[in-house]
Write a protein that binds this ligand. Sequence first.
Ligand code: HEM
Length: 502
Amino acid sequence: MPYCLGLQTAAEAFRSISLATQFTLAVVIFLIIVTIVSALQKDGVDSPPSLPGPSLFAIWPFFRRRYDFLNWGFHATGQNTFRFNLLGNNVVVVSGESARQTFFTAKGLDLTEGFKILSGAIPMVRGVTSDLQTRRIQQIHKRLANVQRHDRLSELIPCILEDSRRLMESWGSAGKFDPFEKVYELTFQLTIRSLSCTEIADDPVAVAQLKKLYDELDTGTTPATVLLPWLPTPAMIKKLLATKKIYDIVAKAIKDREQSGVHHNDTLQMLLDSGDDRLVVVGFIMGLLIAGARATGTTASWLLTFLGGHPDWRNKAAVEVQKLLSASSSDPSQPLSKRLASISLETWESETPVLDSIIRETTRVAQPHTAMRRNLGPDLYIDDKLIPSGAYVIYPFSDVHLDPDLYPDPWKFDPGRKEPEGVPYSYVGWGGGKTMCLGTRLAKVELKLVTAMFVLGFEHDVVNASGEPMYPLPTPNWNDILLCRPPQGSFSLGYTKTSVVL
Ligand code: HEM
């Protein structure tokens, strides 16, 4: 009875306080419960060791300093597999060759489920980008394959070059820029062009607005918005508003197209002509725009930064493209974008060993990806450690791409380095095993065209905040999980236009 009275008094006291205080109190109680529950969870004999310290301390560094946090975890446990608790979610971090092999091939490990809970940057619209049924996801993937069919991708080449010309011309004859702004902006435009519709891609204001909204989603992804999505924090509200605005822009474009009856040769038309339901069309554009734009933007920004700091590789890339131009049937008096458009897709894909090795090295050293999966069952063992059904498993790419045994002097950008031989999944820049990047073909062509335009249209180098040539060169910051970006303002790319007409 005294307990009942106590509870009743507590309930009355709770009711009498303001809504904001009730809310804060509820969150605090929730966090305390989670902490106690996770502290009570005991490691079984075959469980990976847990991180020392209260589980709440893992949340912030997991989202804000992931590279340091995961390295610290391996160090603190002295093991190559460890686990931690992320607000009630059991997360196992694995490393090493055999773990990597199981991770990339195990049947029960699911990317979509892992990504959904642990990443959180994709706009979540119920039934559109979240809670997608397997059938819808497969449909979206099938359409993505269609976009990259030989004929479609060939038709995209001149459009990509024309967009590149327009934006590069807007940079003027000389200056300096932050690649994570200007190069990112360019690749965002190209991704919109490739994956959405002419009406948006031809409207610089709409593209800028979409980019701003997607940036808001990225920066609005805080530990709280991922793990406590029901909590109406200002960041969450901002994120929801941004998602709604993106949805409205895409939905309007679809409606306008349907009502106008005008036919365009673009991805939206292909989706509509395929008779897909509205959710597949919106889900395709909203979800893939962010998946495609971010990875391509990061890679392109770093690629041009590396070339700015390595004139020998810049020169090799320029010579390779010059050779392709000389072998093509293009008229030398034509602008560069038109001449490059006359080079066939086959040539871009199979006769550019220098560009290929530059892209590979960039995705090795400057792609701060942590692969995330959920074990959909049954229980699984990785390196004799139990991954229970329902648990999350993550594999940081740094484990393999920055391993000095596989890549001596791993932070060095060296496209000429020998590829490791006989080591399974020693390079996973485009995925591995049962999860391969489904946008590889498009991304590689975009990267090659942008690089070709830039190395022939401009001279460039890396400069520090005072505009002087920079040494040492900037190092990728793996703690920035989106762009691998070093402190803002620490460097720029200085450029001068060549005499070549873009
Ligand atoms: C330089 C650009 C890109 C890089 C380096 C890249 C890299 C990757 C990697 C490493 C994965 C596997 C992730 C994992 O195992 O956790 C992946 C998956 C994926 N990528 Fe990309 N990507 C790029 C561009 C794109 C583009 C442009 C698109 C879409 C147009 C795209 C669509 C996807 C999709 C849909 C998946 C998931 C595949 C699945 O569910 O099985 N990617 N990407």
